[in-house]
Write a protein that binds this ligand. Structure first.
Ligand SMILES: Cc1cc2nc3c(=O)[nH]c(=O)nc-3n(C[C@H](O)[C@H](O)[C@H](O)COP(=O)(O)OP(=O)(O)OC[C@H]3O[C@@H](n4cnc5c(N)ncnc54)[C@H](O)[C@@H]3O)c2cc1C
Length: 382
């Protein structure tokens, strides 16, 4: 026990995955430094759904009180008929333990950053790491750093992934997505999925009287990958112009919106080499159709720290980490890939699917959650 105790662990990237890993290693008494390229630890102004599987790992790291205070507890997932502005059915989430919650990303980052600071983690900001070597050493602030382990939590365009894997080419899925946050005091604590032919939109409330919006449209044109491309809100309204009054009234409130292209990336073959490991989007970028990218990054971080701490050697710990994680991650990503198709049906297929949802909601309401039991009931802390 205690393989990582007192050892230097360097984490490249201070997003949700990197900060969770920093906290998890610090709880095993490692000496952790996070290198983040941005000048401050922050996140884009958007929401995040943390499902019970991710919440279990975060709670086990001792931040449950802060999480409960910052999140909105979800009561249901509600598929909506966009044309009639009518609920198709309602799948209850109130029995979930720990609760399924909606967060503002910046609030979650803030909770993690404060917990890291209290646990003795050092965070170096404005530290973009570009020259990583195969032995895990790199230069930061003109100094050569040689940690016992280097973790790439550097997201979608990871440099660490490229060091231990062959280059892989992502492909455009034929879908673009907008995200926006509007003021809304009246929103119920539910995730609404507004389904229309070739499009869908997900809305859920955030603390402070806000509503988070992610809208997806099928398109043949390519759009840039990455979150921060501003678009004209009029384009978003136009994409849903034939929908019912409720969608129109929500989109009518949008003042600022970002648009980006959705790409599929293969899951990395190798998640570690020597003393270097990757986690979260660096290992497996995910389409946002199952709300699992951050949840999986959190699970990865927890398992990585524990496997490395409990194994007889770092190498054995890293092997244990990949063997515990990869198959689950592949399954989650495949499930997310399938969801977009189900949301975008048209014609007869759409009517049949909506009837199926109505029947399930009426006669077998637990079937929806039972189908996701493998995802939400998983407990990496067990
Ligand atoms: C619209 C949308 C909605 C989503 N909704 C959900 C949801 O509801 N639930 C969910 O679980 N997931 C969701 N996701 C996915 C989730 O946002 C990501 O999977 C998650 O943020 C990945 O976390 P990460 O820490 O691995 O990477 P990131 O959050 O990308 O963090 C990487 C960090 O590394 C830093 N960095 C990068 N390169 C370097 C470098 N060379 N040197 C130093 N620092 C570097 C970056 O600045 C960044 O801070 C959603 C995604 C999208 C696009």
């Amino acid at each position: 026990m205690g393989t990582t105790q007192g050892r230097d662990i360097a984490i490249i990237g201070g997003g949700i995955g990197g900060l969770t890993a920093a906290l998890a290693f610090a709880r095993h008494n490692a000496k952790v430094t996070v290198y983040e390229q941005a000048p401050a630890l922050t996140e884009v102004g958007a929401g995040l759904q943390i499902t019970p599987n991710g919440a279990r790992a975060l709670n086990a790291l001792g931040i449950h009180n802060d999480l409960a205070a910052a999140g909105v507890t979800a009561q249901a997932v509600v598929p909506m008929d966009v044309v009639a502005s009518r609920e198709i059915t309602r799948f209850d989430l109130t029995g979930q333990t720990p609760p399924y919650r909606f967060y503002h990303r910046a609030a979650l980052i803030d909770i993690l950053a404060r917990a890291c600071e209290a646990a003795g983690v050092t965070v170096k900001l404005g530290a973009r790491i570009a020259d990583l070597n195969a032995d895990g050493s790199f230069t930061a602030g003109g100094e050569v750093i040689r940690p016992a382990m280097t973790i790439g939590a550097d997201g979608l365009h990871s440099v660490v992934r490229g060091l231990i894997n062959k280059p892989a080419k992502p492909f455009f899925t034929g879908q673009v997505a907008w995200r926006a946050v509007i003021k809304s005091d009246k929103a119920d604590p539910v995730a609404r999925i507004w389904m229309a032919p070739g499009r869908h939109m997900v809305t859920y409330p955030l603390s402070g009287g806000r509503l988070n919006i992610v809208a997806v449209q099928e398109r043949s044109q390519w759009a840039d990958e990455g979150w921060n491309h501003a678009d004209d809100p009029g384009n978003l309204r136009m994409a849903f112009a034939d929908c019912g009054w409720e969608v129109k009234s929500i989109l009518g409130e949008v003042e600022q919106v970002n648009l980006w292209g959705l790409f599929r990336h293969p899951v990395a073959e190798k998640w570690h080499a020597g003393s270097v490991a990757i986690l979260g989007d660096a290992a497996h970028p995910t389409l946002p159709f199952l709300a699992q990218g951050a949840n999986l990054a959190i699970e990865d971080a927890y398992v990585l720290a524990r496997s490395c701490d409990e194994a007889a050697s770092l190498d054995a710990g890293l092997q244990d980490y990949q063997s515990k994680r990869r198959a689950r991650v592949v399954r989650a990503i495949e499930a997310a890939n399938k969801n977009a198709k189900n949301y975008h049906l048209s014609g007869v297929q759409r009517s049949v699917a909506h009837t199926g949802l109505r029947v399930m909601g009426k006669f077998a309401p637990s079937a929806f959650l039972n189908r996701l039991g493998w995802l939400y009931d998983h407990d990496v802390t067990a």
